[in-house]
Design a protein around this ligand. Structure first.
Ligand code: GLN
Ligand code: ZN
Length: 780
């Protein structure tokens, strides 16, 4: 038996987001290309050195990317749409970044830099490629665009260059490439009905040429990522796998480690095991149950890469338990690699940078750098015996036991309360048809009422004040006064603009999850725990380590203040339990749904406090409910069941006359519309303006009974829509839904926009609502 320590990929942003700083400086014209390239080179060298020092034997290369590895693949195979070709050489940074971010001729650099989290590059002459989430992660990739007449050619040499660069530094690496079948399954075509997978025969020669070049350069193994193998696939896709790997197996002198991750191979296991590859990586964190089937079906000479260290979360692994579990496996096999479940891209870089985390909690955590050490220790224990690593095992056992025993993770009051939750608590008092009457009487709103999604522009002044307050340069009273001024101005402006349901503007909130996490018990925050979200954009997810509870009201003070400034209804604004969960690193010592229910109870208490303070409308945002959907359809119902129940638990405590709103930042509802209905929010606002209301069809087919605000103002772009076009959208919506059901609002929050865009756009929106009222609602 041979056991080696392997890694599948390391975060490329740098321990202190050096890559972000460098690329943004480059985009802003502050540094030249040579400086950017040197920074990247230094980061790669440091990453390789770090892995070697940690004891990793199979070190990846080509896991570095300036923006995204799927975009890198598009450039490498020459899938560069015509509009970008005019910009420069196919392997130039200009073309690359144009595909990533669009090319600004006209739009201000700021409009590009501070684009909304959901889309970017709008308002440019050459738009960016579409971007979407990588499987069920919060990492976004650039969607490959291919045409029926697509030609492919090996157009960039990055995998070879980086292999050679590493070798010059003394590292013999295993290059990582994205596999051809997953690549085509992710690709889209503007030609309706065209299946990108049909391009496989044309794509394979490019992959074969690349592998041949890597072999020639001295590589002996290549990691070829095919995460699509854990998805629901049809026969065509499985056939594509057989065709592709039969073809690639013909390349001499190179072995393939086929990497699957984010779930079980399931019904694709047989297909995967029959492929002529030298190695197979399986995710045994997400899908430990697949181990037996993999072992039973794997050829004797297949090198198994066991993904046993969690690449998607921040907890220390229980090394003794892993040794117990994998000892036998290692003995049965000729060659095994110990690896993270997936690339470490999805974890923060280095726990050692955390100086302010509670020491007890810090001891339970492992970021990417620490995960490398865990892999190396495991390898040593498996290959050489436990006595070699007794000291490390003892330390690890202490941490695991400390976490298991710690009162910090368990709050008996929360557990007792959760045990008393029954179905009735997740049900509103009266059905919607009755509630809405009580609400209308309570609110006295016009038909097609206007509102916004919550946040108003987070201007440089707002960010500056927050930063100054964080550094202690601005005291609490000064910061408070500043926020009050912003709020007053925003409330008054909404009144003057004639908006019907007002918001306070969310100036006190840094982020819609962090703001709540910081006030809830059971959450911890890292200080440098950044994870790449897309391009240079990184997020720092909260860490939920313990039972969640709410020590006191979180938003009531600001709501009360804002309501005191106006006679119009002021919405209470909250982030929902599922969104808080999905945008955090969640404890792995109890089911996710249990943690979600705890958060739901905390939000429920806040909802009730807002109601008691006089709020007639409370919005509970569930921006991230959809992205929590499991990768396999068969698992959807279970997830949707507890996710919807959690939302309802947070909302259902209020009286009939209190109106509950929710908001969702997406527009694909077809497949989950029943669950959206089951949430039973009185009003839901959604993103629809870009699809010209067609996406409302799901609501129509389902006969959605409650009220809806289909966004009529696309806030992802600085463009100011006219009253006429928004009115036309409303009329279109009213062909699909009854005018009595409709609300008028933007697509999403306005925090990424500028006041100078927001003001005319919202004034136009109010005018559109008035015109639509006149057209649609017969005078009484
Ligand atoms: N209330 C939040 C805001 O307006 C909602 C943001 C979101 O849905 N992403 O900013
Ligand atoms: Zn949104």
């Amino acid at each position: 038996m041979t056991v080696s320590a392997a890694n599948l990929g390391f975060p490329r942003i740098g321990p202190r987001r050096e890559l972000k700083a460098a690329t943004e400086a480059y985009w802003a014209g502050k540094i030249d290309e040579a400086t950017l390239l040197q920074t990247a080179k230094d980061l790669r060298a440091a990453t390789w050195d770090r892995q070697k020092a940690a004891g990793i034997e199979v070190i990846p290369s080509n896991d570095f990317s300036f923006y995204d590895q799927v975009l890198d693949t598009s450039v490498m195979v020459g899938a560069i749409p015509e509009i970008y070709r005019a910009i420069g050489a196919p392997d130039s940074l200009d073309v690359y970044f144009a595909m990533a971010r669009g090319r600004q001729t006209g739009a201000s650099p700021e409009a590009i830099e501070h684009g909304c989290a959901h889309g970017h590059g709008a308002g440019l002459d050459v738009p960016a490629q579409e971007m979407t989430k990588w499987c069920d992660t919060n990492y976004h990739y650039m969607v490959p665009e291919v045409a029926p007449d697509q030609a492919f050619a090996l157009s960039a040499t990055k995998p070879i260059d980086h292999f050679q660069e590493a070798r010059a530094l003394g590292h013999h690496t295993r290059p990582v490439i994205l596999g051809p079948v997953t690549y085509l399954l992710l690709a889209k075509s503007k030609t309706g009905g065209f299946d990108p997978l049909s391009l496989l025969p044309r794509l394979l020669p490019v992959y074969a040429a690349l592998l041949a070049k890597l072999a020639e350069a001295g590589a002996d193994w290549v990691q070829i990522d095919e995460p699509a193998l854990v998805l629901d696939l049809g026969d065509a896709a499985r056939d594509a796998y057989r065709t592709a790997y039969a073809e690639l197996a013909k390349v001499r002198g190179i072995k393939l480690m086929l990497a699957t991750y984010f779930g079980a191979l399931g019904d694709n296991l047989e297909t995967a095991l029959a492929l002529p590859v030298a190695g197979l990586h399986v995710d045994l964190v997400r899908a430990p149950e697949q181990l037996d089937a993999v072992l039973a079906g794997a050829r004797d000479d297949l090198v198994l890469s066991l993904g046993v260290i969690d690449g998607r979360n921040v907890w220390k692994a229980d090394l003794t338990a892993l040794l117990d579990r994998y000892d036998m496996v290692v003995r049965q096999r000729a060659e095994v690699q110990i690896a993270p479940s997936c690339s470490l891209l999805h974890t923060p870089v280095d726990l050692a940078l955390e100086t302010k985390l509670d020491a007890e909690i810090k001891d339970w955590l492992a970021f990417a750098a620490q995960k490398l050490e865990e892999i190396a220790i495991l390898r040593q224990g498996l290959a050489e015996g436990r006595y070699i690593i007794w000291a490390e095992l003892a330390d690890n056992a202490d941490s695991i036991a400390s976490r298991r025993r710690s009162p910090l993770t368990r709050n008996p009051a929360v557990r007792d309360r959760l045990a008393t939750v029954d179905a009735a608590m997740a049900r509103r008092g009266a059905p919607f048809a009755e509630r809405i009457k009580a609400q209308q009487a309570h609110l006295g709103l016009p038909p097609l009422p206007t509102t916004t999604i919550g946040s108003f522009p987070q201007t440089p002044e707002v960010r500056k004040a927050r930063a100054a307050h964080g550094k202690g340069e601005l005291d609490d009273a000064g910061y408070e006064a500043f926020l009050q001024e912003e709020t007053v101005r925003t409330v008054k402006w909404q009144e003057d603009a004639g908006i019907d349901v007002l918001v306070h503007g969310e100036f006190e909130r840094n982020d819609m999850v962090q703001y709540f996490g910081e006030q809830l018990a059971g959450f911890a925050f890292s200080h440098a725990g950044w994870v790449q979200s897309y391009g240079s954009r990184c997020v720092r997810p909260p860490i939920i380590f313990g039972d969640v509870s709410r020590p006191g009201p979180m938003t009531v003070k600001w709501w009360r203040y804002a309501q005191s400034l106006t006679d119009k209804p002021m919405k209470g604004m909250l982030t929902g339990p599922v969104t808080i969960l999905n945008w955090s690193f969640v404890r792995d010592d109890q089911p996710r749904e249990d943690t979600c229910r705890q958060i739901a109870l905390a939000i429920r208490d806040e909802v009730l406090d807002l109601e008691a303070a006089g709020a007639k409308i409370i919005q509970i945002d569930e921006a991230a409910l959809r992205e929590g959907l499991p990768l396999r359809k068969a698992d959807w119902q279970y997830y949707l069941g507890w996710a919807v129940e959690s939302f309802r638990l947070s909302a259902a405590g209020v009286g009939d006359a209190t109106q509950i709103h929710t908001h969702m930042c997406y527009s694909e509802f077809n497949e989950i519309i029943e669950s959206i209905g089951a949430m039973d929010a009185d009003v839901i606002s959604i993103e629809t303006s870009r699809s010209k209301m067609e996406l409302l069809d799901a609501f129509v087919d389902y006969d959605y009974p409650n009220e809806i605000g289909p966004g009529v103002y696309d806030i992802h772009s600085p463009r100011i829509p006219s009253a006429g076009e928004m009115e036309a959208l409303l009329l279109k919506a009213s062909e699909r839904l009854s005018p009595g059901q409709l609300w008028v609002n933007p697509d999403c929050g306005l925090k990424t926009r500028k006041w100078e865009d927001v003001k005319p756009a919202l004034e136009n929106m109010v005018a559109a609502a008035k015109a639509a009222r006149a057209a649609l609602v017969a005078p009484a």
